[in-house]
Design a protein around this ligand. Sequence first.
Ligand code: PEP
Ligand code: MN
Length: 383
Amino acid sequence: MILILSPDVDKHSADYRQLLEHLAQLPGIQYRIHEEHGARQVLTEVYLIGETAALSTEEMRSLPCVERVVRVSEEYRILGRHKDDSRPTEFEYNGVRFGQDTLHVFAGLCAVDTPEHVEQMMRALRDNGQVCTRMGAYKPRTNPYSFQGHGKTCLPWVFELAGKYGIKVIAMEVTHESHIDEINQALHVTGNPTGVMLQIGTRNTQNFELLKSVGRQKTFPALLKRGFGITLEESLNAAEYLASEGNRKVVFALRGMKTNMGDPHRNFVDFAHVPVVKRLTRMPVCIDPSHSVGSRAQAPDGLLDIFHVTAQAVIAGANMVLVDFHPDPPTALVDGPQALRLDELAWFLEDVRIARQAYEQRSLLAREYQRTDTGTKSSAQSS
Ligand code: PEP
Ligand code: MN
């Protein structure tokens, strides 16, 4: 059970003390307090764990400072959507809002290679009105002899270039707790020219110590990739690890599943799960068409498979697109064969815009039908 307290509740008030005293004497119940510092107010939630079935929602609602009570019906206590749950489905980071109703494209390099390529990428993004990108500095590779990424040495110039071109959020994978400190430090010495969303890759979805580290810090939001060989439930529990440690600014990414059933794509595209994740949780949902498809294969209609699967996810309500681009794909050090070219960026963005518009029309239509009891659109609404 979750008690949602009145915004900006005074922690030194008699009412607050009385609430905690009451909770402390409830048999078989433990509580945990979580504070969410928003731009305008501080939201306090109290998580009750244990014999909550015996508690009456009405009674808890009447306790001092309590505004609302949510009975947890699913296992993802913090990030899940529960009955009568109107907790937010969005967060803001570095001036950019991420929610289940927004859409951001993170086009960029799978792996940072040269300053020239990074600058060409950033310039193209700025010229196309983009404020987000992806830049891999720490690369988890299957083969130990493959390029492992430039690591912390590239961070200062990557961040400076991002600042120069107005990039506000860079999705960057971390594979070890120490990388968070390195990113923090590089941002600090360069004067915080940009922001970072810490990405947890599919190979680390169940690296619980890494999840706890990313969850304990609240400076950076997190982008958690679905594990490529585990159930959706297991991956959603991994996201809950981040939240249970204190970081609720989590975006959940679908990136395809490892099975030969998906051939000839690199992974079996799982974007049909976009609305499922939005229904089960309050997280914005990202899709990664590049690591799902894994090639520049093109359909007879002239559209690359990467474009097709992106549109399929966006038309189903995806909130973020993480996509590999490269100024010169044949020279890319990682994943060149799946990279889109810079001269395809405007085309890609326009294709995404068309799909998003279709999604907005579809959700409007759904709301119109749902307004009537029978599910039939009324003549007044259709005129
Ligand atoms: C990536 O996005 O660079 C990446 C390695 O993705 P994944 O973890 O999904 O394989
Ligand atoms: Mn890659």
